[in-house]
Every structure is written in C-alpha cells, then in structure tokens.
Design a protein around this ligand. Structure first.
Ligand code: AHG
Ligand code: MN
Ligand code: MN
Ligand code: MN
Length: 336
C-alpha cells in the first residue's frame, strides 16, 4: 500500500465537500478526531511498556471500574475535540455530565458524543478495541446549558464514526453519504482510503450475541437464536456461525466487511436499564453507520435513531446488521 494509490483522508473529505457540501469545519474536526485516534492507538500499543493496560481505582457513572486507558483515551478526545471553535459540548461514557466548551451554544454548533475506548475489558488480552463518536449539529441555539439540552435523537446526527485498534488501525466514517473506511499507514501519520463505500450484505448466516446471558433473553431473541442453532434441519434451513469479540467496534467492523447481525438485547437482568449498550455514544453512531451501509439498527421494537433520549448515559437494546435478519428479529418482537 502506498500513498500514491489511495486517497488520503483529507483528499477524500475534500471530494465530499465538493460533491455533498460537507462543511470544512466538520472536515477539520474529523482530522482532529483522527489525530486523537492515532494517539490512542499508539498509547494502547505501548501500554504494556508504560504499565497502563490495567484498571484505575475509579468507577465511572455507570458503575464500571475505569481502565487507565479509558481515562487516557477520554483525555485525548477532550483535547483534540476542543480544537474546533464550533464544538459547543462534549458527552463521554467516562464523564458524569456534559462538558460545555462555550458560554452559549449557537445554531450550527456541534455536540460530540463519544465512547473513548470501547471493549476495554479486552485491553490486557491484546484483543481489538476501538473508539466511537457521534456528531450532532444544533438546529436551534441553546440558552440553558444543562445535560437535558443535549438529549437529542440519533436521527439528528450529521456524522458518526469509529476507530478500530486491531492488527491495523482503521477509521470508518459516515457524513450521511455512505460509509468509507480508512487505514492508518504506519509511519506516515495518514489515514488512507482502503474500503470505499462499505456495504452490509442484506443476507447473512452469522450472528453475534453474548450467549452466557441466554437465561435472561427476551422470548423473540431466544426464538431467533434457537432457530439459528437448529441449522439445516430447522426453520432457517441453513447453518449459522457465531462470533463474540466483546468489543462492539470489532463486531460492527466485521458486519460491515462480511455481513452478520449483532445483538445486545433487552434482557430480564437489564430490564430496568433498557439493555447494556449506551444510546448516545454507542447505539446511535453505530446505528447511523450501519444504516448508511444499507443495514438496519433496531431495539427490536423501534429504529434506534428514533429513540428519544431521556438520560445522557441511557442504555438501549441493540440489534443491528444485515437487513433481512434485523427485519426477522423485529417481526418476532411484533408477534410476541
Ligand atoms: P465499554 O468497554 O465501552 O464499556 O463497552 C463494552 C461493551 C461493548 O463493546 C461490548 O459489545 C459489550 O460491552 C461486551 O459485553 P460483555 O461483557 O457482556 O461481553
Ligand atoms: Mn466502559
Ligand atoms: Mn463501549
Ligand atoms: Mn468505553
């Protein structure tokens, strides 16, 4: 791979500016986010030397023990996102409340929601982890700078993306005109376009779910998985394969590459919380990306991006991926 045969992130984004009028401020912001992700990637890869792969003694707002790299990655996002004068506020998995960067938020300003390090239980294992982000452009000014004023539905996103820290570092982005994947070319500081116009195949024979939670599943999900497990003799008439990385970024990247369906459904143990994954910085951005690639993202009963948020760290059931499978799981919910 060389720089000569692949567009750089900036070259590609300038094409998007000419074709779709993507704002130059957004392009600069995305370049800052790309810098945060490159730095996080480096800090993960050197974590065994610096002794930063393990836990802190702190707990985040959702009761999870923070890893040192959760905090380091959060600091990188805060630092680089603050560079853009249109960013009014930041919302992070690792921060209890909204961080306002301005005294007043104008129409056209950006709110950034991020999961600085996704899959952090995998850090010590040297298994893929990632970062996720979502950007909303304010339609109206906000005078009341409270947490409640950034509870905005995912359908208002103008951009979403993730970086996957795997054998290589990927950056996958949508600005509402399809999904494009870039790979960091080590030693150059550049993300190069390697996976243009990513598409989720409508059909699949692969699903991803934490099967250890089977006894808690809701009946439509239990039925779906049971039918997949029945193989060629069951109602689906074919065999299904199963994967579980325990890093949502890695699962979504696999689905964008070869199809599949990912489920972290509502279950009886998480019933009052709505699920495991967080709406604003996990489910919404991944839902936007999957829809832009031709897939679907549902709670089982509604489109994820139509959920009206009522809390910064609200959790929702997540069922996303290949269209035909998500349609089927929705149909099982409708029948239940
Ligand atoms: P995070 O590390 O940002 O808290 O998110 C972890 C999430 C997600 O990446 C993954 O799909 C899921 O938690 C893994 O859950 P299990 O521990 O049940 O496997
Ligand atoms: Mn976490
Ligand atoms: Mn996460
Ligand atoms: Mn996280």
């Amino acid at each position: 791979m060389t720089k000569d045969t692949h567009l750089t992130f900036r070259q590609f984004m300038l094409q998007e500016y000419r074709k779709h009028d993507v704002s130059k401020d957004l392009i600069f912001l995305l370049e800052d986010i790309a810098t945060a992700c490159r730095t996080i990637s480096h800090k993960i890869r050197s974590g065994a030397f610096s002794g930063t792969l393990g836990a802190t003694e702190e707990t985040n707002v959702q009761g999870e023990t923070q890893k040192q790299l959760d905090v380091i990655a959060n600091d990188q996002f805060m630092l680089h996102c603050a560079n853009c004068s249109r960013v009014a506020a930041l919302v992070s998995e690792e921060l209890d409340n909204v961080v306002w960067l301005k005294d007043e938020a104008k129409a056209g300003d950006y709110i950034i929601y991020f999961d600085p390090l996704d899959g952090s239980s995998n850090l010590e294992l040297n298994v893929s982890v990632g970062s996720i982000f979502s950007i909303v452009e304010l339609k109206e000014p906000i005078s009341d700078l409270t947490d409640a004023s950034v509870l905005i539905s995912g359908s208002e996103q103008i951009c979403a993306g993730y970086s996957l820290y795997g054998p290589s570092t990927s950056l996958v982005v949508t600005t509402g005109h399809g999904v494009n994947g870039f790979t960091h070319l080590n030693g150059t500081g550049e993300f190069l376009l390697t996976f243009p116009d990513m598409q989720v195949p409508a059909e699949t024979s692969e699903y991803a779910i934490n099967a250890s939670r089977q006894r808690f599943w809701e009946p439509p999900v239990a039925r779906y998985v049971q039918e997949c497990l029945a193989g060629e003799d069951g109602p689906r008439g074919r065999r299904f394969n199963m994967r579980w990385v325990a890093s949502m970024v890695a699962e979504v990247h696999r689905i964008l590459t070869r199809g599949g369906v990912f489920l972290y459904p509502q279950d009886s143990e998480n019933a009052d919380m709505g699920g495991r994954l967080r709406l604003l910085y996990e489910a919404n951005p991944m839902g936007f990306i999957i829809e832009q690639a031709g897939g679907r993202a549902s709670t089982g009963t509604q489109r994820i991006m139509n959920v009206n948020p009522d809390d910064l760290h609200q959790r929702v059931p997540v069922i996303l991926g290949s269209r035909d499978e998500v349609d089927l799981i929705d149909a099982y919910h409708a029948e239940a």
